[in-house]
Ligand binder design. Structure first.
Ligand code: F6P
Length: 490
């Protein structure tokens, strides 16, 4: 039930006081006849309370099979679907977003493609999102733009609606000058982002790279966290995203989930050390290198299939992009190779699950796993690492974490690895397997404190407060945070 205070807030807020724009809507459905369901994920759960309190609107693509693009209300939120034709999906989403920007921003761990024919669709789809947002935003409202698909929207929206406050948040890494400089459209993308009042990044490095690039490739000047855009101040700062710690912890306390974890353990063998990997099936995640490191461990002979097992959960993703098909083939060959070489009748070293699992099941796996392997070549943050930590209420278990993830900045008590170094990774995983319980607890306790302290709600609150602080307006125009979401104290 809503408290009277909450009800009052809703009366004083107009639809469109807060607009979120993201490539995807926060809802999905199995077919156009099925009911809408809220999509799982940190961003959606972080923004939902604020959106509900502010009569929020979410603008996004509803998916290829959706052609009926009427606004609808679901779970207290107005959803405004954007239609994309098959050609637009190919050029704007699979092409420019996921074959140019995605590999480039992830340190070019796959060669980025600079196809001129993808640029115009990227511009026109960004314009479409900006126009929808301009229509939906209330006077002096707030618009939060998400991620690399929509980097031009802040500038386009500012042209259309100079009255609104604009926040842009990049969920993936923002690359250093040498890499970004390759982009034929570098200045346009930077100018686009500068349309925002606050440009948020996962790490301080990302924010610093942005200010350096602005100085080098635009006529605007920045220093520290601020850029001066014709007298208007743009804040460029890190806001590391996180998870709903309490929710994950309460799932980890759920007797049914604990029972499920016990069953996983006994199915895999009580005496074996269980290693776990959970990733989107993406070449940035380093799943193939991880498998090579596991292969190396078995080769060295300190452990056999009776001692050790890896469960690798790989969630299918972007399956029409060639590089994703190739990485899946590589991974599946490696799994076959390792199981063929080291498996016995009745026991395999790698269990490979290519599917998406509900969070309840994932938490059961987190509870069962002695060693969590999170080894991307590059990752904006990596919330799986934080979810594992939140699940480990017994303060045992070892997180092996790539030093190239955004989460390694906060989770520096994890066992950090360089995923490009197969021998080093194999040796580090062996150290993790043999880590004494006392040492596990020392590390896990500190990791849990870190994750508990800065949740996804802290992220949303810090980011939206920064937006209000940047351009003070009459008090009626400040965003209403839900009860329990405190302003930042520093
Ligand atoms: O990490 C970036 C991101 O775009 C996420 O926002 C999203 O959950 C994930 O990649 C998968 O993206 P897609 O929408 O391409 O399936």
């Amino acid at each position: 039930m809503r408290s009277p205070e909450t009800a009052r807030m809703r009366e004083t807020h107009r639809r469109g006081d807060l607009v979120v724009i993201a490539n995807r809507l926060p809802v999905h459905r199995a077919s156009p006849e099925s009911p809408w369901e809220t999509s799982p994920g940190g961003l959606v759960s972080a923004l939902m309370p604020i959106l509900r309190e502010n009569k929020g609107v979410w603008i996004g693509w509803a998916g290829s099979s959706e052609t009926d693009c009427k606004t609808f209300e679901h779970d207290g939120l107005y959803n405004v679907p954007i239609y994309l034709s098959n050609e637009e999906v190919r050029d704007y989403y699979e092409g420019f977003s996921n074959s140019t920007l995605w590999p480039l921003y992830h340190d070019a761990c796959q060669t980025p493609q600079y196809e001129r024919r993808w640029w115009a669709p990227y511009v026109s789809i960004n314009q479409r999102f900006a126009e929808y947002a301009a229509n939906e935003a209330a006077p002096n409202g707030h618009v939060l733009i998400q991620d690399y698909h929509l980097q031009l929207v802040p500038g386009m929206l500012r042209e259309l609606r100079p009255d609104v406050r604009i926040g842009f948040f990049l969920h993936i890494p923002f690359p250093p000058v040498e890499l970004f400089a390759q982009l034929p459209w570098r200045r346009r993308l930077l100018e686009g982002m500068l349309g925002a009042d606050v440009v948020g990044f996962q790490t301080r490095h990302g924010a610093q790279n942005f200010v350096r690039l602005v100085n080098r490739y635009t006529s605007h000047r920045g220093s520290g966290q601020a850029v001066n855009v014709n007298g208007r101040r743009v804040l460029a700062k890190e806001y590391p995203i996180s998870i709903d710690f309490d929710r994950i912890e309460s799932l980890a306390n759920d007797p049914k989930i604990i029972e499920h974890a016990k069953k996983i353990r006994s199915d895999l063998g009580e005496n074996r050390t269980i290693m776990l990997g959970v990733d989107r099936l993406d070449y940035t995640k380093g799943i193939d290198q991880r498998l090579r490191a596991v292969n190396e461990i078995f080769h060295k002979g300190n452990y056999t299939v009776d001692d050790l097992v890896l469960v690798q959960v790989s969630v299918p993703s972007r399956e029409s992009v060639d590089e994703y098909i190739e990485v899946r083939d590589r991974i599946e060959k490696l799994v076959g190779h390792i199981n063929g070489e080291f498996g016995t009748v009745g026991a395999v070293p790698v269990h490979y699950l290519r599917r998406s699992l509900p969070i309840e099941e994932l938490v059961a796996y987190y509870l069962a796993a002695d060693v969590m392997l999170v080894t991307p070549f590059r990752d904006g943050m990596n919330l799986v690492a934080k979810e594992y930590v939140a699940s480990r209420k017994t303060e045992t278990g070892v997180l092996v974490l790539s030093e190239f993830t955004g989460s390694a900045v906060e989770l520096d008590r994890a066992v950090l690895v360089n995923p490009h170094d197969i021998d080093g990774m194999a040796a580090t995983i062996e150290t993790a397997i043999g880590m004494p319980r006392q040492e596990q607890t020392r590390r896990m306790r500190s990791l849990r404190q870190r994750v508990r302290k800065r949740t996804v709600y802290t992220w949303a609150s810090d980011f939206t407060h920064a937006l209000d602080a940047e351009q003070p307006r009459p008090s009626s125009a400040t965003m209403q945070l839900p009860i329990g979401t405190n302003p930042p104290t520093s």
